[in-house]
Design a protein around this ligand. Structure first.
Ligand SMILES: Nc1ncnc2c1ncn2[C@@H]1O[C@H](COP(=O)(O)OP(=O)(O)OP(=O)(O)O)[C@@H](O)[C@H]1O
Ligand SMILES: [Mg+2]
Length: 226
């Protein structure tokens, strides 16, 4: 599903460059649940952004379902992201003026779906994360965990093949974080492909595969017993 070949990423820094990724080879099969861990600054978010076609590598290739992302135009990349990838971030990135339901409808509006279908699907996605009764609340009327569940519903609503999450529980207390982690596990059981960046060992422990980064390289890639 995802393949990285000799991927590097440099960021300009001062007069020179900072080598955030220093040659990463990684293959993720359809249906896998992978946790990405490692110290702060080790390149986790950078890696996730490359997998999600949000940024381009400095060198090397990123392939999604066999398609080399480097060959696509910005418009093609945007279309591919919308169709195939669901993103979940630490800061939920919900639009404050829109209700939960309207936030979840947004990706489908971009995809050009009819309003009635949008509404039905958004309601189903909110029901999936247990928030149907909060459909008409705005983000400031929801708890942090509820906001994150809305963000997950939004990530799911176009039925993406791949779900990417960057510290999805970073802003939540432990109990609320556990609910989110449970939700990821159930998405995995449904056969979705998940890549979740996390600092937290308890979350990484729930993933069958853990990829540990250090200084822009893969230090360890462990498959659990599942
Ligand atoms: N836009 C940028 N411009 C310059 N340097 C950057 C940029 N983004 C990231 N970096 C640098 O690249 C390195 C890797 O950053 P990245 O955000 O991938 O780390 P991370 O593993 O996600 O860390 P954290 O756990 O703190 O989120 C860091 O040293 C960071 O300072
Ligand atoms: Mg990060």
């Amino acid at each position: 599903m995802v393949e990285l070949r000799k991927v590097t990423k440099d960021y300009p820094m001062g007069g020179g460059v900072y080598r955030a990724l220093r040659g990463v080879d990684l293959a993720i099969a359809e249906g896998e649940y992978v946790a990405i861990t490692g110290p702060s600054g080790s390149g986790k978010s950078t890696l996730l952004h490359l997998i999600g076609a949000l940024h381009k590598p400095t060198s090397g290739q990123v392939l999604l379902e066999g398609i080399d992302l480097g060959r696509l135009s910005p418009e093609e990349l945007a279309r591919l992201r919308n169709a195939k990838i669901g993103f979940v971030f630490q800061q939920f990135h919900l639009l404050p003026r829109l209700t939960a339901l309207e936030n979840v409808e947004l990706p489908m509006a971009y995809a050009g779906l009819r309003p009635k279908l949008r509404r039905e699907r958004a309601q189903a996605a909110l029901a999936r994360v247990g928030l149907l009764e909060f459909a008409h609340h705005r983000p400031n009327q929801l708890s942090g965990g509820q906001c994150q569940r809305v963000a997950i519903a939004r990530a799911l609503v176009n039925e993406p093949a791949l779900i990417l999450a960057d510290e999805p529980t970073g802003n939540l207390d432990t109990k609320t974080g556990d609910e989110i982690v449970e939700l990821f596990s159930s998405l995995h059981r449904e056969g979705r492909t998940l890549v979740v960046v996390t600092h937290e060992p308890e979350i990484a422990a729930r993933a069958p595969r853990v990829v540990k980064l250090r200084d822009g390289r893969i230090e360890e890639d462990t498959h659990g017993d599942l």
